[in-house]
Design a binder for this molecule. Sequence first.
Ligand SMILES: CC(=O)CC(=O)SCCNC(=O)CCNC(=O)[C@H](O)C(C)(C)COP(=O)(O)OP(=O)(O)OC[C@H]1O[C@@H](n2cnc3c(N)ncnc32)[C@H](O)[C@@H]1OP(=O)(O)O
Ligand SMILES: NC(=O)C1=CN([C@@H]2O[C@H](COP(=O)(O)OP(=O)(O)OC[C@H]3O[C@@H](n4cnc5c(N)ncnc54)[C@H](OP(=O)(O)O)[C@@H]3O)[C@@H](O)[C@H]2O)C=CC1
Length: 283
Amino acid sequence: MGIQKVMVIGAGQMGSGIAQVCAASGYSVVLHDLKEEFVERGISTIHKNLNRQVDKGKLSQEDMAETVQKIQRSTDLQNAKNVDLVIEAAVENMRIKTELFAELDKICPEGTILATNTSSLPITEIAAATSRPEKVIGMHFMNPVPVMKLVEIIRGLATADEVYQTVEDMAKALNKVPVEVNDFPGFVSNRILMPMINEAIYTLYEGVATKEAIDDVMKLGMNHPMGPLTLADFIGLDTCLYIMETLHEGFGDDKYRPCPLLRKYVKAGWLGRKSGRGFYSYS
Ligand SMILES: CC(=O)CC(=O)SCCNC(=O)CCNC(=O)[C@H](O)C(C)(C)COP(=O)(O)OP(=O)(O)OC[C@H]1O[C@@H](n2cnc3c(N)ncnc32)[C@H](O)[C@@H]1OP(=O)(O)O
Ligand SMILES: NC(=O)C1=CN([C@@H]2O[C@H](COP(=O)(O)OP(=O)(O)OC[C@H]3O[C@@H](n4cnc5c(N)ncnc54)[C@H](OP(=O)(O)O)[C@@H]3O)[C@@H](O)[C@H]2O)C=CC1
């Protein structure tokens, strides 16, 4: 099962990064989002990242041009009709993902693998929206995609071994390190990371310390590259809330209840770095 052409759905922070690394490794990429302006925003992020590498002398102008020209823009899902692999990186919402997968199942050729970059949602449930659950798999990249080495690969109940192998090979071709995990809420990464972030938000909510102090404790005391509140802003507070809700519902255990302050910020539209304000302000 050779992968040559990939559609990435969602041109946000994850989708743009995934499109960039796929194109840089020689794959033809179709970057799809609902509106042209979102696709253009994703393309401009890719330009910014590649330009940074050119400025540092890590990438030549020619290689940058070659990468950029491998990315085709799309606002019509029918463009999935001739791709070998779809990597879905739209918003963390089960209804949106199952609707997309049901539609892709109708559009894509029989052999096309449908992967999702979901942070926490059950792969098996997403797969059940299609008539090809054996070709549905989780391919969970980490943020920022061009930098982080891990790709968590999640098998759904019906995922075929051959499909797993193809996706693992592709992750290696992208110069990433694949790690296989089973289909449980939050997989491994967010089952461990997100309760820590949620606890940091409770620590702020209960007035134990300022946001800066909480971040400093974890950065200087535990050597984390970013404090948990800075990291929450970086991931997106909406995504953090959706993940906590998936853990809470999926395990039925109140230890996963999202902090009310997180809910309040998301309701206010304070989504973190991507909206200009979260725990911190970004101009
Ligand atoms: C929610 C989920 O489902 C799963 C997740 O993704 S959870 C989030 C996982 N990610 C993390 O935990 C990230 C934690 N933070 C870090 O590792 C670091 O702060 C960081 C890599 C983001 C930045 O590192 P830093 O040392 O502070 O900054 P800096 O020196 O400027 O950058 C290091 C490199 O990353 C690159 N970089 C930084 N931010 C970037 C971005 N947003 N996009 C692309 N590249 C970026 C820089 O260009 C630089 O590249 P070179 O080594 O080629 O020069
Ligand atoms: N942020 C992170 O650190 C990580 C996130 N993830 C996962 O990746 C996915 C994307 O997250 P992220 O990139 O941060 O989110 P963003 O909000 O940055 O981007 C999501 C993009 O998808 C678009 N979109 C929404 N619905 C559709 C649709 N039906 N069809 C096509 N495009 C759509 C959005 O458009 P609009 O603006 O109109 O909504 C937006 O441009 C989520 O599932 C998330 O859980 C995985 C790893 C890390």
